[in-house]
Design a protein around this ligand. Structure first.
Ligand code: 5SP
Ligand code: FE2
Length: 216
């Protein structure tokens, strides 16, 4: 089980320290939310932030691209030091090619499924991903409430791994606190993204420990 703090809720003026803080607190991955103001109604940062963080942590950098036509930036994110690049099914007309491009650049490939997207849509690419990121809120903002109706999708994706021997792991993102993390873990999730629960606290270390206890 892996805990992936999302720097979306970190203090951007002290990003280097904020990343070290969660690394020392037991985080397993660093989750990086990239938003373009088109695919989602919010704007964050680009691959230059990945490049800036890379020398300051040994943890895998998990890049969640909420941008239109992500294929235009995959090489940049790979060069910047991304370990995982996840793209939304709806963000490109060429999902198959974009996922191939991620792997061609030596990076692990993830497909992201929105609360309103059915698993049927992503079935054709499940054999070619290392990760399926299940959005447990609508993408675009931190601090939203967990959507219970997304849990059935986690279970279905887990059953598909057993049935077809797929190699992906399941990550959940949005509204993750110990209670919701436990529900997702029981459904088959292995990676737990948390932004506001970790960075919104005075004691991020304790919050990471709480999440670990909930899922281990
Ligand atoms: O991708 C996103 C939001 O679009 C997330 O990664 C958020 O950063 C999660 O924030 P919390 O719900 O944990 O506050
Ligand atoms: Fe995210």
């Amino acid at each position: 089980m892996k805990i992936a703090p999302s720097i979306l809720s970190a203090d951007f003026a002290r990003l280097k320290e904020q990343v070290s803080l969660v690394e020392q607190g037991g985080a397993d991955w660093i989750h990086i939310d990239v938003m373009d103001g088109h695919f989602v109604p919010n704007l964050t940062f680009g691959y230059n932030v990945v490049e800036a963080i890379r020398p300051h942590t040994s943890l895998p950098l998990d890049c969640h691209l909420m941008i239109e036509n992500p294929e235009n930036f995959i090489e940049d994110f790979a060069k910047a030091g991304a370990d995982y690049i996840s793209i939304h099914f709806e963000s490109t007309n060429h999902i198959h090619g974009a996922l191939q491009l991620i792997r061609k650049n030596g990076v692990k490939a993830g497909i992201v499924i929105n609360p309103g997207t059915s698993i049927e849509m992503i079935k054709p690419v499940l054999h070619m991903v290392d990760l399926v990121l299940v959005m447990t809120v609508n993408p675009g903002f931190g601090g939203q409430s967990f959507l219970n109706e997304t849990v059935a999708k986690i279970s279905e994706l887990y059953q598909l791994i057993q049935k077809h021997h797929y190699e992906y792991i399941i990550e959940v993102d949005g509204g993750i606190v110990p209670e919701t993390a436990k529900i997702c873990k029981e459904a088959g999730a292995e990676v737990f993204v948390a932004g506001s629960y970790i960075y919104g606290s005075e004691n991020p270390h304790e919050q990471i420990t709480n999440l670990k206890h909930a899922v281990n």
